[in-house]
Ligand binder design. Structure first.
Ligand code: 8YV
Length: 316
């Protein structure tokens, strides 16, 4: 008999969806209207042995409590900050995620945002569309990237891939994370504040967790300064969003390029109204190739578990 799996969100890969149907008895929460989900869950939750969720949705203690037979939570993403790991560990529930396969695309988006900020792409796009160019209005110069300091906060796989790309643009890279990396390609700043002070661009690539919450504080933003740019492709929780809005509004921070927000998909109007921002809807890993690879890794982890084998990419 196929194991019952609760699927919280669809994969954009049709092939992954077909494999899920082939190997598991899938129950698709995302197909249920919001007002019906609770009643529907009550009928399927008692038999679910697996859960497929995303980095953004995760799974919290209240839902886990409704799943007496759950053995594995497979996260279609790298971040596990939305998974109640204390609850899964307490019950011996296994957790997997999708490291590695999304590194390049997330790093590419970080550089896309950084370049968009550096060259003020949204304003230039608007300038052409709204006829300002044709009307002969002046175009402001921007600053070159080469020689500027790119501070990378969080120097794991994604942080290091961002560093390699920034270096290819002639930037000087520094990093900060609590644990120093031996033989790292870039020097480590002694603190996040020191990194922000030294940086023209501060790119956030650290995991979301209670320890990193709001570490990009008002003080760090002030250290980055009026010519500085914040780029965030990690998690909104790392940044004090209210302080960020104030800093951008008052010009004590120059610019922000953000793919992630504190309360997605709700982005504060105060942030959306600013001109010194470029905003994307949490799409770091959203390419055809990467979402397929992520989904495949989810399927492979679930299949390995139900075949009695170790997980390919366990979260410890
Ligand atoms: C996605 C992510 O939002 O990997 C993560 O942690 O945040 C993103 O890749 C998501 O998990 C896609 O399902």
């Amino acid at each position: 008999m196929k194991p019952d799996v609760l699927v919280m969100a669809a994969s954009p890969s049709a092939d992954v969806m077909a494999q899920l149907e082939q190997h598991f008895h899938c129950h698709h929460l995302w197909q249920q209207a919001a007002e019906q989900q609770a009643a529907w869950l009550a009928t399927v939750a008692p038999n679910a042995r697996g859960v497929l969720t995303t980095g953004a949705i995760g799974i919290q203690a209240d839902l886990l409590a409704q799943l007496p037979k759950v053995e594995i939570v497979a996260v279609n993403g790298i971040g596990t900050d939305a998974v109640d790991l204390a609850a899964t560990r307490a019950r011996g529930i296994l957790v997997s995620n999708t490291p590695g396969v999304l590194t390049d695309d997330v790093a590419d988006l970080a550089l896309t945002l950084l370049l968009s900020a550096a060259r003020r792409l949204p304003a230039l796009d608007a300038f052409v569309r709204n006829g300002s160019w044709q009307a002969g209005k002046p175009i402001a110069s921007t600053r070159a990237l080469r020689g500027k300091v790119c501070g990378v906060y969080g120097y794991g796989r994604i942080g290091q891939a961002i560093a390699a790309r920034a270096a290819a643009f002639g930037m000087q890279v520094q990093y900060f994370q609590p644990r120093a990396i031996e033989g790292a390609s870039a020097p480590r700043a002694e603190s996040l504040l020191a990194l922000a002070q030294a940086s023209d661009y501060l790119v956030v690539a650290a995991p979301g967790s209670p320890a990193t919450r709001h570490t990009v504080s008002a003080e760090v933003l002030a250290a980055l300064g009026p010519q500085g740019t914040l780029v965030n492709i990690a998690r909104g929780s790392l940044v004090d969003e209210a302080a960020l809005i104030t800093a951008l509004r008052e010009g004590t921070l120059g610019f922000a390029a953000l793919d992630v927000f504190a309360d997605e998909p709700r982005v504060p109007a105060a942030l959306r109204e600013l001109e010194n921002v470029v905003l994307t809807p949490h799409v770091g890993s959203l390419t055809v190739e990467t979402r397929h690879a992520m989904g495949q890794l989810v399927v492979d982890n679930l299949r390995a578990h139900f075949a009695g084998q170790p997980l390919l990419t366990p979260v410890l």
